[in-house]
Design a protein around this ligand. Sequence first.
Ligand SMILES: Nc1nc2c(ncn2[C@@H]2O[C@H](COP(=O)(O)OP(=O)(O)OP(=O)(O)O)[C@@H](O)[C@H]2O)c(=O)[nH]1
Ligand SMILES: [Mg+2]
Length: 313
Amino acid sequence: MSGGMFARLVDGLEKTRHSLVEQVRNITLRSKKLDEDFFEELEETLILADVGVEATEMLVKKLRTEIHNNRVSEPDQVMAMFKKMLTEILSNHAADAASVVNAAAVADSDFPAAWMVVGVNGVGKTTTIGKLAALHAKAGKKVLLGAGDTFRAAAIDQLDIWAQRAGCEIVKHQEGSDPAAVAFDTIQAAKARKSDLVLLDTAGRLHTKVNLMEELRKVHRVVTREAVGFRTEVLLVLDATTGQNAIEQAKIFKEAVAVSGVALTKLDGTAKGGVIIAIAGILGIPIKYIGVGERPEDLREFHYGEFIEALFA
Ligand SMILES: Nc1nc2c(ncn2[C@@H]2O[C@H](COP(=O)(O)OP(=O)(O)OP(=O)(O)O)[C@@H](O)[C@H]2O)c(=O)[nH]1
Ligand SMILES: [Mg+2]
């Protein structure tokens, strides 16, 4: 990655760096010894940074063990351990994310692929599809979009604009039509046209609305049944600004449709980026993409090493 790109990542993570890394550093600087007060303060800070209760407990427990085993007594030695631990959590589930949409590193055998993009309203599904389409079209892939959000005419138009920008094709039906039928037609078209990558948009839905989740299952069934020979994946888009709510969403979407990866958007401008630790550590869903801005190049493949370096920069 070029220096400029890394600088943008560092910029995008500024608020999360402040709420997470700098706060923890402050505690280590302030504390005179590694006593109960220290661990309590640490716990509080991690929870405030949206790491979440479960992941925080796991982290603090690990840190205690590590501190004990290594006979660490100075608070200022803790920072390096903390960094190592975050790296471990993020690497656990990222190692297998040599994903199909990793345009640079992907093996040709990973194509053709059909990706269904899901998530609650306004998290950035359509934008993420547009950015992915641009990325892959540029890498020489034949991309086909499916306008599976038939809820609003504007949603179809929005995807259409992305298709034009990326210079790729799109399958669309009228507003109000059955999204499963769009999925079916998109996959048929992909087979006929020998597309490399299908990106199927879906309508935003509240994870708490049972009938809408049922509809999503139906779309997923159509995709998995029809996309024979395609590597099918379900990309869940989560909005980092929603913090812990993203975890609740992920749990429910995961039950409904076999989520295979996460795109965490809007990390720029939020202090709640600590949620990435909870997603990787507790949910165990690989994070494949992060969004740090609205420009196409602000959607980036997630690489844990680079992410940690930018966070601790
Ligand atoms: N700052 C920032 N904005 C983003 C990012 N990703 C998406 N957005 C913005 O989020 C808004 C919603 O994006 P959409 O792609 O329309 O979201 P959606 O999930 O398709 O929404 P629905 O179809 O209504 O459910 C847009 O204004 C995007 O520009 C990001 O990484 N950073
Ligand atoms: Mg949309």
